[in-house]
Each structure stands twice: as structure tokens, then as C-alpha cells.
Write a protein that binds this ligand. Sequence first.
Ligand SMILES: Nc1ncnc2c1ncn2[C@@H]1O[C@H](COP(=O)(O)OP(=O)(O)OP(=O)(O)O)[C@@H](O)[C@H]1O
Ligand SMILES: [Mg+2]
Length: 230
Amino acid sequence: MIKLTNLEKVYRTSSIQTLALHNVNLEVEKGEFLSIMGPSGCGKSTLLNIMGLLDNPTSGQILLDGHAVANLPDRELARIRNRKLGFIFQSYHLIPDLNVLDNVELPLIYRKVSGAERKKLALAALEKVGLSARTKHYPNQLSGGQRQRVAIARAIVGQPEVILADEPTGNLDSVMGEEIMNILLQLNQQDGTTIVMVTHDESQAKKTGRLIRFFDGQQVNTETYAAQLS
Ligand SMILES: Nc1ncnc2c1ncn2[C@@H]1O[C@H](COP(=O)(O)OP(=O)(O)OP(=O)(O)O)[C@@H](O)[C@H]1O
Ligand SMILES: [Mg+2]
């Protein structure tokens, strides 16, 4: 599904140069739930952003479904992102001026889906995350866990093949975190969505199929688990 070969990422400013990723080789299988752990600054978000075509690697290759995607023109990257990928961020990234339903419909607007169809798909996505009763609320009228569930609904509304989640439970208490984790496990096991998740929570990582540990921009260890719904 996703194959990264000899990936390097160097951030350069006028005075400093940071090697954020070094010689990363990683393959994500279709239908897999992969988690990534490692200390702050080791390159996890950089890796996820490059996998999600939000950032270009300095060198190396990215294959998505067998097609090389590194350094394609921006418009083409945006199109692939919109069709194939869903993103979930630690800080939700909802649009404050749009209500819940409109936030969830947003990826479909870029795809030029009709209004009636958008509404139907958005309501279905909100039902999946248990938020059908909050469609007219605005993000600032929701709890953190509810906001993250809206963000998940927005990520899944276009039925992406891959979800990339960067610390999706990082701002939530453990009960809410577990609920979000269960939604992700369900998406993976029932719908077959491929998921790559960065987390600081060891117990959550162990519920996924494979845990990759990073240190200083490099993969240092891999553990596999029998994925399970808690
Ligand atoms: N835009 C940037 N310009 C320069 N350096 C950057 C930039 N973004 C990240 N870095 C550097 O790259 C390294 C990796 O950053 P990254 O955000 O990927 O870490 P992380 O593993 O996600 O950390 P955290 O757990 O704190 O989120 C860090 O040393 C960081 O300082
Ligand atoms: Mg990060």
C-alpha cells in the first residue's frame, strides 16, 4: 500500500540543518494497523506528513499503490490526498466557523459531490463515531473527545484507503482516548481501512498489529501483536 525507500528529510534554515529522517525503509500493508512510537523530536510527525503527501522528502522514494508519488506537482498530490488519504491530528484542526456537519462535508466539497449526497455521507460518518446528535454544534461547543470524533468523521467521510493519525488521543483523558482507539480499531477491522498512528501510549500501540519504534530519525525496533478490540 505504502512503500518508503531510503527516505531522508533534512530541514535547512540559514543557520541550522536538522536531519529529521535518515535512511527510513518501511512498508505498510493494505489493511494493516501500524503504530509508531519514539521520543519527542525523533521524526514521527515528519514521517507521517511525508507519507500523507503533505511534505516532500529531501531524497528517497514513496510508492503509493505501486505508483511513485514523491515530488509530483502540488495539484496532483492534492488530488491523491483527497481521494486516498484521511488525516487525524492531535489538535483536531476543525474549522471554527463551520458547524459539525459542514466540517465533515468539507473533503467532499473538494471532490465536487452534490449537496444531498454530501449530507447523506456526512451523517453516515457522524453516526459511525456516535455524534449524530451534534450536527448543528460548532467546534467550540464540543468536548475534546467530541471534537476528535468530528475529525475522525471528516477523515473517513470520503472512504479513504488509508488513515494517518498523529497522536489522535494525545489531548484526551484515558477513557476518551480508549473510545477513540476503539473507533479506529473498528474502522480497521470492520472496514479494512489501513491505519498508521503515531502515539505516546504504549497500551494503545499494543492494540495495533505492528509497533515501530523510532529514535533520532531512524527505525530502531519492530514488534508485532495480534490486533484486538478492547
Ligand atoms: N519546519 C521545520 N524546520 C526545521 N526543523 C524542523 C521542522 N519541523 C521539524 N523539525 C525538526 O525535525 C525533527 C523531527 O520533528 P518531528 O516533528 O517529526 O518530531 P516528532 O517525533 O513528531 O516529535 P513530537 O513527539 O514532539 O511530536 C525535530 O528535531 C524538529 O526540531
Ligand atoms: Mg509530532
